[in-house]
Ligand binder design. Sequence first.
Ligand code: NAD
Length: 487
Amino acid sequence: MTQVTDTSPGSGSLAIEVRDRFYIGGTWAEATSGELINVYEAGTGEIIAEVAEASEQDIDSAVKAAAEAFSGWSATPPLDRARFLEAIAAGVSERTEELARTISREVGTPIRHSRAIQVGNPLHLISDAAQVAVSYQFQERIGNALVLLEPAGVVAAITPWNYPLQQVAAKVAPALAAGCTVVVKASEVAPLTAFLLAEIAERAGLPAGVLNILTGSGPTAGEGLVSHPLVDRISFTGSTRAGRLISQRAAESLTPVTMELGGKSASVLLKDADFEKAAKFAVYNAFLNSGQTCTALSRLVVPQDRQERVLEVAVATAEKLRLGDPLDESIRLGPLASQAQLERVRGYIRRGIEEGARLAIGGAESPPGLERGYFVEATVFADVRPDMTIAQEEIFGPVLSVIPYRDEAEALEIANGTRYGLAAAVWSGDQEHALEFARRLRAGTVEVNGGAFNLSAPFGGVKQSGHGREFGRYGLEEFLVPKSVQL
Ligand code: NAD
């Protein structure tokens, strides 16, 4: 890494970080393309770093390094693999503040959430993968067969920018625990913590080639990686659009894929719900990380005759979320991650107004005093019809759509009525009734009465939210292949 002085207009001559080397085969190899990608600070719109664009040659070196390391790593006992993961977790823990600040700058997450979630979650996932590696039964008997659960090989991991460290950890930790070796292509929008993770892995003494990390854009580096003939498994998290393209590529070589894609998740308030609690919860959930959370409950499905009451609470709660500099400890709502996100989210807000939804708070205009950076106000729409664009498409911004329903059958139809199925929530005064409703929701994760997100339980989607599961034992099993040895 080098520090250079950026003298471009508007830069304020701040030092910017240049990452022109990739972690490949246990060394920091110079990137060969000579091309750099700008990384912007979400709160100011200024360039804070430049990272190299991986060339075909860099990708080839990384995949070959992972392939060479595979025989040694797959033969390393799970207990030893777990020890390396524990050492990596310790390294992440030590560098929490640096990681959190980096994410607040490149993604815009308020610093308190960065520490607790953006760094806290990956820490949990890495430690959990270590524990799973130790307790997992990597073989079983079925009659005369000894079934060996063997590592799948070289994993290509492609990750998005919204929870940059968590997405990398959710793939790397279970893959390493399983005995696979990995090449990560981190998001070009928020790539900096991937480099920090590589430094941590290097310091933890992870054998050369077991983990390789590079950056680059999707259509070049990403496609190059998923098309490489030595890749045995692809684990992708990102948009449904890119997931479809990667699946097409993978189909050519029949490489198995895990897809964690977008969502348009609903929170359903049944007639006997605690409306006040549920509405507050819905707002905190929908606006976490400025709505740039794949599981964001961005649709709030409420009984028609309770809409105004719910709206009152939702608006009052949204008003209290202080919007501003994500590095300020008192801020609860930060900017969006990029200019592209800003334009996209504002476009959806305008579309909601055009299609006749009632704007209860927020809007598409620049919040006063926050013209620099990618800020959008917390926005709540009421009287949203299920067929409106803002009720169907993933906005990935601080926009909550309140959708009224007449009866429970209609509530279920609305909740299940999108092409996505990542997460959902249901609220009812009767826990059993809520559970019954949860069974009928088509989603990979359902929260009942605000049940906490569980980072050890299987996570993933149905329908166009993807397939395959991450986290805990299920996450490990994505990287294992059973072999039947007949005795
Ligand atoms: P994106 O699909 O644009 O990019 C994700 C990653 O894929 C990036 O690293 C990108 O470079 C790469 N990529 C893009 N096109 C590619 C291609 N043709 N071939 C190979 N790689 C390609 O998504 P994003 O904007 O970074 O992230 C936001 C999306 O991610 C949202 O839709 C969100 O819902 C989804 N997401 C899903 C989950 C989940 O677990 N289900 C978690 C977080 C984010």
